[in-house]
Design a binder for this molecule. Structure first.
Ligand SMILES: *Cc1c(COP(=O)(O)O)cnc(C)c1O
Length: 387
């Protein structure tokens, strides 16, 4: 059996181990230390745009802290993109608030500005002004930043920018993760860089970062004994994980280039196949890290079940591919929550597929993927290798 080809797997650069060794040598085996500070500084200068970064235990923790810092609580409503990973929406429930889900638009597959504005107007008319908007750069593709920000400003609702999949992506030359009042990053195992597990929160000033770190380290008041005036959390990143992160930052731009190369391979490949579109930047304002390459199979040409059939054929060949994120408004756990939009996200979910996209895919692996695609689309010609 051929070895497994993963959708997206950890890809070490080489220096990660050195930073971990330094942590051991200096005995900083704790959720603070020089690697945490170094990793934060490195993220800050990479993102630029004057953000302050707090390294945390996960992207989910960063989302949760954002909601807490915005004062979201019991009975509040928070708007959230429907087509996303559940981690975007779960922290709303942690706070006892209700998510209001929004459909995607067809250009970036992210939050539809038209549905967003409709939702805001409707919620306000019901006496429920949303407390925040969680917008997601899915698969690394920037959402319509100008449109979403304009609406958010008009109604004075803060944006939490879920940039978990979009480190290295930009919109009009500015880093994703710096557009919202809060920007969140994830360094889980399959993200563009990994710390084995981890995340970060990007905020606009040192005061906000201080508040985030305070909450992330059990909200301890200034006193010699342990005194607490608010509920705290244990959300800080470990100095060992941060060491991996420092090493990964050295290869982040390479990873972006490699993922974009994989994407280009698929774009070229599907350029010759009718009824398959690859998620692409709508214009040069958008620059995606192409964390995952996702395709949409037109059901009128390929039939209703073809994305799943393709996934199964990949699986037979020990290759991992994955359906697009199932929209949150279709998830049993969020049944009955308000939803605004049409069926864009639902159609994408039914007919879309994420293809192997790792920065560590070899030429031989790309060739195996190409052979499966040839078989599926019944290409008579032998696949011409262009990776
Ligand atoms: C991975 C991911 C998260 C959560 O990040 P973790 O570090 O795994 O907690 C949140 N939102 C999106 C869109 C993600 O892909």
């Amino acid at each position: 059996m051929n070895s497994k080809i993963w959708l997206s797997s950890p890809h070490m650069g080489g220096t990660e181990q050195q930073y971990i060794n330094e942590a051991f040598e200096s005995n900083w085996i704790a959720p603070l230390g020089p690697n945490v500070t170094g990793f934060e500084n490195s993220l800050q200068s990479y993102l630029a745009n004057n953000v302050e970064v707090a390294a945390l235990s996960s992207g989910t923790a960063a989302l949760h802290l954002s909601l807490i810092l915005l004062g979201v609580g019991q009975g509040d409503e928070v708007i959230c993109q429907s087509m996303t990973f559940s981690a975007s929406a779960n922290p709303i429930a942690y706070q006892g608030a209700t998510p209001v889900f929004i459909d995607s638009e067809p250009d970036t597959w992210n939050m539809c500005p038209v549905a967003l504005e409709k939702a805001i107007i409707d919620r306000i008319s019901l006496g429920k002004t949303p407390k925040a908007i969680i917008a997601v750069h899915l698969y690394g593709m920037p959402y319509k930043v100008d449109e979403i920000n304009k609406i958010a400003q008009q109604y004075n609702i803060p944006v939490i920018e879920d940039s978990a999949e979009a480190l290295g992506s930009t919109y009009k030359g500015i880093s994703c993760g710096t557009f919202g009042e809060f920007g969140i990053l994830s360094f889980n195992g399959n993200k563009i860089i990994t710390t084995s597990g981890g995340g970060a929160l990007a905020v606009k000033n040192a005061e906000l970062k201080k508040k985030a770190v305070f909450l992330a380290t059990q909200a301890r008041d200034e006193a010699p004994h342990y005194q607490h005036s608010v509920i705290g959390y244990n959300y800080r990143m470990s100095n060992i994980c941060a060491g991996i992160g420092r090493g990964q930052m050295e290869v982040l731009d390479d990873h972006v280039q490699l993922r974009r190369k994989v994407n280009q391979y698929y774009v070229t490949y599907f350029g010759n196949i009718e009824g398959v579109s690859v998620l692409q930047e709508p214009n040069s304002d958008y620059f995606s890290n192409h964390w995952l390459t996702a395709i949409y199979l037109d059901p009128k040409i390929h039939g209703e079940k073809s994305a799943e059939d393709l996934r199964l054929l990949f699986e037979e060949n020990n290759i991992e591919s994955r359906p697009l994120w199932k929209p949150m408004h279709l998830q049993p756990v969020f049944e009955g929550t308000p939803y605004y939009g049409e069926t864009v996200a639902e159609n994408l979910f039914k007919n879309g597929l994420c293809l192997p996209s790792g920065s560590n895919l070899t030429e031989a692996e790309m060739e195996r993927i190409g052979t499966v695609l040839d078989t599926f689309f019944q290409l008579k010609l032998k696949h011409t290798f262009t990776y």
